[in-house]
Write a protein that binds this ligand. Structure first.
Ligand code: S3P
Length: 445
């Protein structure tokens, strides 16, 4: 499907972005591991999360959808999943497959896992290696890529694992495996990544500790073999999805929008810190708590943005927002530098290369230096490009935001990938004044 974004004027109005993707995956999986009936409200019903729901169903977990975003999960308890009789297809979802591998490591049967062409290219060794160290057998293609088979064990060993990357998926996979092992399992990461798994596990009665690690980094420990209490989960709106309308409004003077119920967990808000440093006018109203997570309404007013230098240490707290922040930088006066972007190369696409290429095609001067990206911003970019989304929802949405702010608009081929994380993206944006539409099939060339 090809979409087009035409230049728009100032945005105004209010909207609630869809449920948080990270928390939605975790709510389904953790509910499955509790004993008894769990209820979830505000679940993201994007393709990624539905793939996780489908995999859990294939593993013998009864799940029901009661209404929009309202689900009931009958948890089968830690170690209670059943051998699936088919390949588990996690589609585009890195979080889905990696967290599930952690859970499957504690089950004494073999599961076969695969996904779409994007997921099959992504590195799984970062999860497979610690799970092997705990006693699971993982067989996969070269580089530990999918498809993979995992044979778990009911005698999983607790470990202490030092991860080279700050990754909540790696950390969560090991902690979820650790739930099935006796004693304490610890993950040390170089910088703290998002902590939804820890918060949710603690809320379900597990013992989870976070502390500075000896020799540097952050250590998270879980005590295994607990009974998890069933929950009522409330999923906040996704701050990563909110970043698309936020940038579209922040970079267009005269805009004034409110984004409702957005998750404001400090491990997720680096993009808003960065936008504020660029001179964006962002206020947080109606702060509250939902499901153990900070939430609030973001009031965003358009302004002339200025260039920014983003430190590498901020990467974990804005890892998914870089693509759309590069778009903000293209509209900001001066030369922006984003440091330490190595992890962007292994997302749904190589986001560093794909963004740099697409920005250049849209008339934005930018260049990669090692793991850093420089963006020369200023006047409205020319636009006029036709971008291939490469099975990457955030590439598609970032360039549709750019199209709205550019002189000429932008076309995005393969825009159906947006449904993985943000169903209703075009409607939400258009409700605020954007001009995003689907081009007829004949338009494909
Ligand atoms: C996620 C962690 C991040 C993020 C992804 C969701 C999660 O990935 O990019 O979209 O839900 O744990 P990494 O763990 O690879 O950094």
């Amino acid at each position: 499907m090809e979409m087009q974004a035409l230049p728009h004027g100032p945005l105004e109005g209010e909207a609630r972005p869809p449920g948080d993707k990270s928390i939605s995956h975790r709510a389904l999986m953790l509910a499955a591991l509790a004993v008894g009936e769990n209820r979830i409200e505000g679940l993201l019903e994007g393709e990624d999360v539905l793939a996780t729901a489908g995999a859990l169903r294939a593993l013998g977990v009864p799940l029901e959808r009661r209404g929009p975003g309202a689900w009931t999960v009958h948890g089968v308890g830690v170690g209670g999943l059943a051998e699936p009789d088919t390949v588990l297809d996690l589609g585009n979802a890195g979080t889905g497959v990696r967290l599930l591998m952690g859970i499957l490591a504690g089950h004494p049967f073999t599961s076969f896992l695969s996904g779409d062409a994007s997921l099959r290219r992504r590195p799984m060794a970062r999860v497979a290696e610690p799970l092997r160290a705990m006693g699971a057998a993982v067989l996969a293609r070269s580089g530990d890529r999918l498809p993979a088979a995992i044979t778990g064990t009911s005698r999983l060993l607790p470990i202490t694992w030092r991860s080279k990357v700050a990754s909540a998926q790696v950390k969560s996979a090991i902690l979820l495996a650790g739930l099935h092992a006796p004693g304490e399992t610890t993950v040390i990461e170089p910088l703290a990544s998002r902590d939804h798994t820890e918060r949710m596990l603690a809320g379900m009665g597990a013992v989870v500790r976070t502390a500075p690690a000896e020799g540097g980094g952050v250590a998270v420990t879980v005590v295994g073999q607990v009974e998890l209490l069933p929950q009522s989960f409330t999923v906040p709106a996704d701050p990563s999805s909110a970043a698309f309308p936020a940038v579209a409004a922040a970079a267009r003077p005269g805009s004034r929008i409110r984004l409702l119920g957005v998750g404001l967990n400090p491990s997720r808000t680096g993009a808003y810190t960065t936008l504020s440093e660029m001179g964006a006018r962002i206020e947080i109203l109606e702060r509250g708590l939902a499901g153990g997570e900070e939430v609030g309404t973001l009031l965003i007013e358009g302004a002339e943005l200025a260039a920014v230098d983003v430190p590498a240490e901020r990467a974990p707290s804005m890892i998914d927002e870089y693509p759309v922040l590069f778009v903000a930088a293209a509209l900001a006066r001066g030369r922006s530098r984003f440091r330490g972007l190595g992890e962007l190369r292994v997302k749904e696409s190589d986001r560093l290369a794909v963004m740099a290429e697409g920005l250049a095609a849209s008339g934005v001067r930018c260049w990669i230096e090692g793991d850093d990206l420089w963006v020369e911003g200023g006047d409205r970019p020319a636009g006029g490009a036709r971008i291939d989304a490469r099975l990457d929802h955030r590439i598609a949405m970032s360039f549709l935001v750019l199209g709205g702010l550019a002189k000429q608009g932008v076309r995005v081929a393969g825009a159906e990938t947006i449904a993985t994380s943000f169903p209703g993206f075009a409607d939400l944006m258009n409700g605020l004044g954007a001009r995003i539409g689907t081009l007829p099939e004949e338009g494909l060339g």
